[in-house]
Design a protein around this ligand. Structure first.
Ligand SMILES: [Mn+2]
Length: 342
């Protein structure tokens, strides 16, 4: 991107907030490192460039131990949306999510003023005054890092570590991909990163509960040829569903991994594939249909279905149906299941 173009963008971003007192930066529910780092980066950018204070808001919980360690070690402050009145924040920025996706707590009647995201473009984003949506990017934090570099603000080590960790965690692993942009930005950020803090985050300690859930998830895993499916049942934190799906992708000969979990009246689904050509986002949207919000990228996607009004038996039947759907959509409906662990 040529400097003049991004300079123009920085100017129009400042224009959007210049008459505002403060900004609410809202991440997607159960925020991950990409949304956290993007929020922190945008907060830094707005503070330094436009002299605007901002509050980072979240809904759901920060479940994954690494993400909690990220907040703790990097001193990141954010506020639960249950304690924020949207009326106090006329100006809202969404990061790593878009309006009408169903994975953030911005009500449909309240359009955001700013969107930074790398998920596929949503028609509802058309009306957003400042939007930077780059589905070709693997990480929203990459978009924010490019803005920060162009703005010539100084990177302190906590900010650089947050952005570096977001880019690293979002592009590492079997079902993810490092693009040219990410490689270049990681190289740029590396000298500013606090390696000790990064190691503390990446090796965050986990509770005994975590091992119990992983144990039970692996016991309820079934392989259908190239597809592996974990039916975890209840989880104490929603991120475990994604963690199990990530773990399963290490299994040899597997192309697809799915995990199903029940959390807080919802069925959560994570889908992974090692083959970009498969498009996990499209498949999960087809599997879930009208049942709830679903979406994601080529190699990783997720969905959420509310089952608050359903009986235990109905929930179980629905999960069985959904498993059947993903087996059909991956062409494995006739393959007999085999337990991962005998
Ligand atoms: Mn992301």
């Amino acid at each position: 991107m040529v400097i003049s173009e991004i300079q123009r963008k920085l100017n129009s971003l400042i224009d959007v907030v210049k008459d505002e007192e403060k900004v609410l930066i809202l991440m997607h529910d159960n925020p991950d490192p990409d949304s956290i780092a993007s929020a922190v980066g945008l907060q830094y950018l707005l503070g330094n460039l436009a002299k605007k204070p901002s509050l980072i808001g979240y809904s759901g919980i920060v479940g994954r131990a690494e993400n909690r360690a990220m907040l703790k070690h990097l001193g990141i402050k954010m506020c639960s949306m249950s304690r924020i009145s949207l009326q106090d924040y006329p100006c809202v920025a969404l990061v790593d999510t878009q309006p009408s996706t169903g994975n953030n707590s911005l009500p449909p009647g309240k359009p955001p003023d700013i969107v930074f995201d790398h998920h596929p473009y949503r028609p509802a984003s058309r009306k957003v005054p400042y939007r930077e949506i780059k589905p070709k990017y693997n990480v929203t934090a990459s978009i924010i890092t490019e803005y920060l570099i162009a703005s010539k603000v100084e990177f302190d080590s906590n900010l650089a570590t947050a952005l570096f960790y977001a880019i690293k965690s979002e592009t590492e692993g079997l079902s993810r991909e490092v693009g040219k942009v990410e490689a270049r930005l990681r190289h740029f950020l590396y000298p500013h990163v606090d390696q000790k803090l990064l190691a503390n985050i990446e090796n965050a300690r986990v509770s005994r509960e975590y091992f119990k859930i992983i144990h039970s998830a692996l016991e309820h895993c079934v392989i259908h040829d190239e597809v592996v499916i974990a039916n975890i049942d209840k989880v104490s934190n929603p991120d475990v569903v994604a963690e199990v799906a990530d773990l399963l992708m290490r299994l040899e000969k597997i192309t697809w991994g799915f995990s199903f979990g029940a959390y807080n009246g919802d069925i959560l689904i994570s889908a992974r594939t090692i083959d970009r050509a498969n498009d996990a986002g499209t498949l999960i949207r087809k599997a879930v249909g009208e049942l709830g919000p679903a979406g994601g990228h080529e190699m990783m996607a997720g969905a959420k279905i509310s089952v608050k009004d359903k009986t235990v038996a109905q929930k179980k039947a629905l999960i069985r149906q959904l498993i059947q759907r993903v087996l059909e959509l991956t062409g494995n409906q006739d393959v007999k299941g085999e337990n991962l662990i005998d």
